[in-house]
Design a protein around this ligand. Structure first.
Ligand SMILES: Cc1cc2nc3c(=O)[nH]c(=O)nc-3n(C[C@H](O)[C@H](O)[C@H](O)COP(=O)(O)OP(=O)(O)OC[C@H]3O[C@@H](n4cnc5c(N)ncnc54)[C@H](O)[C@@H]3O)c2cc1C
Length: 386
């Protein structure tokens, strides 16, 4: 219904005669089709500002196996801005490798998105699993993510996206996507689909683009080429056909993770199936010698940079301004380099810049209040009140 009515209004708008609520040429012009509940975006409603570094590797995540002393280490880290999105698929690969080593007991190092999914999948494969980590949710980097299914966000550079990598990535993305379907409709909505709108001032600038003159290598963009069948179609709304004034909107449907509920669900599932969680910090790989398990899955994320001396991990800083939840707002927005995600565990506003290089190489974690306020005010401006 929305599509049909929206399309009709769009045609009228292109004709230049659609002004909501006015009569033109004797015809009554219908009210806007798309009524978005007003968002109470104001800086005094910010409850928290968090900063975290994405673990980006130009060549993509590390999933190889190495032996250190008596231990077999299966790596599962370096997922850039796609760690939640790819977690089930990536951890499935890591667990298969770990099980090939023939162990009944597996140690997972790390309790973020990759550690929790590795632990659960290793249990499902029949292993007894202990997660060892220095921090648990909500005090891990994974808890500071935006919470959208973005499986190719800063996953590797375009020049590293070989045919083999693309095949690996597509397998991870599909496995994750399918697993997430089994997590929909649960109490607390750990996972749900939302409407998202790219908002622009001009009709032809709906999408975020790499700056054409940027000499730096491009980040890989894989979704449209490799998993287009998983991406619902988009729909355009011209001024007059929606409630956000003189802007152009493009609608997309996205999967969203309410990370507080989702991480708790993963922890509870893991523990209720007999999983153990121990607080432990490892300073060098030699520290693994003290563990009783012979096979380890390394899911330490950005921590692998220090623990394994892996300087191929580049920090990409990202800051979220969290705001008091507003349950009647269940749509997301992207406007002028700012993203808004309607998380039930706190609305998320984030400056994402005009390219994936925003925050690249920056490992500073001090919150920037001015950036947070800019994010909130940019979105607030869409409602006519900053
Ligand atoms: C601002 C921002 C927004 C993001 N948005 C999204 C998004 O919308 N969708 C998406 O899919 N991804 C997103 N990401 C990316 C995603 O958050 C990461 O890819 C993901 O969190 C990585 O998870 P991880 O399990 O590898 O690492 P972490 O969450 O960092 O977990 C690492 C674990 O290892 C432990 N550990 C580390 N070092 C040691 C050590 N030496 N000894 C013992 N334990 C150790 C830690 O305590 C922790 O338990 C975002 C990232 C940022 C920064």
């Amino acid at each position: 219904m929305l599509a049909g009515a929206g399309a009709a209004l769009l045609t009228a708008a292109v004709d230049g005669c659609s002004i909501a609520g006015l009569r033109t040429g004797g015809r009554a012009v219908p009210a806007p089709t798309l009524n978005l509940a007003p968002l109470r975006a104001s800086t005094d409603r910010i409850t928290q500002i968090t900063v975290c570094t994405r673990p980006f590797r130009a060549q993509g995540p590390r999933l190889d196996v190495e032996q250190i002393g008596q231990k077999i280490i299966v790596h599962n880290y370096g997922h850039g801005g796609s760690g939640w999105s790819l977690s089930w698929g990536s951890s499935d690969i890591a667990v298969r490798k770990a099980m090939t080593a023939g162990a009944q007991e597996i140690a997972v190092i790390g309790c973020g998105a990759l550690g929790l999914t590795s632990g659960i999948l290793a249990q499902r494969a029949g292993a007894r699993v202990t997660i060892y980590a220095k921090d648990l949710p909500p005090n891990v980097r994974s808890s500071l993510a935006s919470g959208l299914w973005t499986p190719d966000s800063r996953i590797c550079l375009e020049e590293s996206a070989t045919p083999e990598f693309k095949q690996l990535w597509a397998g991870m993305a599909r496995k994750s996507f399918q697993t997430y379907q089994s997590l929909l409709g649960l109490p607390g909505n750990p996972v749900e689909f939302i409407d998202n709108y790219y908002v622009s001032d001009e009709p032809d600038s709906m999408r975020r683009r790499e700056t054409p003159s940027d000499p730096r290598p491009k980040f890989a963009s894989l979704q449209r080429e490799l998993i287009a069948d998983l991406i619902p179609g988009s729909e355009d709304f011209a001024p007059g056909s929606h409630s956000l004034g003189r802007h152009y909107l493009q609608h997309h449907t996205l999967m969203m993770f309410n990370i507080s509920a989702y991480a708790r669900l993963l922890m509870a599932d893991f523990v209720s199936t007999g999983g153990r969680i121990e607080i432990a910090e490892f300073h060098t790989p030699a520290d693994f010698a003290k563990l009783r398990e012979k096979v380890l899955i390394n899911a330490t994320g950005y921590g692998s940079r220090a623990l394994f001396g892996d300087e191929s991990i580049v920090p990409v800083r990202g800051q979220l301004a969290r705001m008091i939840p507003q349950p009647d707002v269940n749509y997301g927005l992207y406007y002028q380099g700012v993203s808004f995600v309607p998380r039930r565990d706190g609305m998320v506003f984030q400056v994402v810049g005009d390219s994936d290089y925003y925050g690249y190489g920056d490992d500073t974690t001090v919150p920037d209040r001015a950036e947070a306020e800019h994010a909130v005010n940019t979105i607030a401006g869409l409602y006519g009140a900053a």
